[in-house]
Write a new protein. Structure first.
Length: 320
């Protein structure tokens, strides 16, 4: 199948968002409207936070999750899929294309929407117009991959590149760092999140040490309403002690694709992640020794994810 806009199939892969906007001016108008909305600041209540190279799928009858969201998006891309009648909704944040991961993500939405009429709507947000062209390359490869998928996807929002970029003293900056989707209504909105959930250092270590081979990870079981982290492993990081001794500026310049626009939350999480890698160089042994995921359920009053799996939690020692 192919991508469609207003129900019309795209005959070929779009050369760029600009060419798509020339053919479909209404797509540009809808997409540009997203960045004019005020960013909402959300805490843990009802939130399912998705990090880089992760995705989550749920539905309108979820009793725990009201919003699926992500932030710290610069050159990366947020993909939201929503089936119009079944209420199946999913969000992924990608910084490198994973054909297999995208196919699995789309298939999970399709399975949840099986037997329902309606269409699956696609929203792509982020990948600002950075000077290295990283965002543009990701948008191009993602559109090509989506065009090859079996599923028919209706492209509703394409808020990428110049549409989500502002220039400050000649330097491009993202207009939008985070996004939320309302599970009940499907509404998209700019967002920031004060609580990103558990194991963020472990989840970040997976992508930091794994390079381009690390694919998309499904983090949510919508039937049990549980957050599921892992199991996974990563390569030990050479000279992690030396990295921990470096200045903030050096670490930022070395490990962020666009350090000049790095959000404030990036560096503290990165340092915590390096400590975690030092503490757990072999997570398949020390964290996922029984090859089972770390499971969490929402605590009703605080909204925090609370550990419910029985494996011993050895993390917590101070690392300096």
């Amino acid at each position: 199948m192919v991508l469609t806009v207003k129900g019309s199939p795209l005959e070929e892969v779009p050369a760029s968002p600009t060419s798509l906007f020339q053919q479909h001016p209404a797509l540009k108008e809808v997409s540009a409207g997203l960045v004019t909305e005020k960013s909402q600041v959300l805490g843990p209540q009802g939130l399912l936070y998705v990090s880089t190279r992760e995705y989550a799928v749920t539905h309108t009858h979820d009793t725990k999750v009201l919003v699926v969201g992500t932030d710290d998006v610069t050159t990366g891309l947020v993909m939201v899929l929503r089936h119009t009648t079944s209420g199946a909704v999913g969000l992924a944040q990608i910084d490198r294309l994973s054909e297999e991961g995208l196919a699995t993500f789309i298939q999970k939405i399709a399975a949840l929407a099986y037997g329902y009429e309606g269409r699956t709507e696609l929203h792509l947000i982020g990948a600002f117009a950075d000077t290295k062209g990283l965002g543009a390359a990701l948008v191009s490869s993602t559109l090509s991959s989506l065009h090859r998928q079996r599923a028919s996807l209706e492209l509703v929002t394409l808020c990428v590149g110049e549409l989500c970029t502002v220039r400050r003293s000649g330097t491009p900056w993202p207009l939008l760092y985070g996004l939320g989707v309302n599970v009940k209504t499907g509404a998209l909105f700019p967002a920031q999140f004060t609580d990103k959930g558990p194991d963020m250092d472990l989840r970040t270590a997976r992508t930091l040490t794994g390079g381009e081979t690390v694919g998309l990870m499904d983090i949510y079981d919508y039937q049990r309403e549980e957050l599921r982290i892992g199991p996974f492993t990563y390569e030990p990081m050479r000279a992690v002690d030396i990295w921990l001794q470096q200045t903030d500026e050096f670490v930022l310049q070395s490990l962020h694709p666009c350090p000049e626009v790095s959000p404030p939350s990036f560096l503290p999480l990165l340092r915590q992640t390096l400590k975690r890698i030092k503490q757990d160089p072999y997570p398949s042994v020390s964290v996922f020794g029984s090859n089972q995921p770390r499971l969490y359920r929402k605590e009703e009053h605080s909204g925090h994810w609370v550990r419910c799996s029985k494996e011993p939690d050895t993390w917590g020692a101070t690392v300096v």
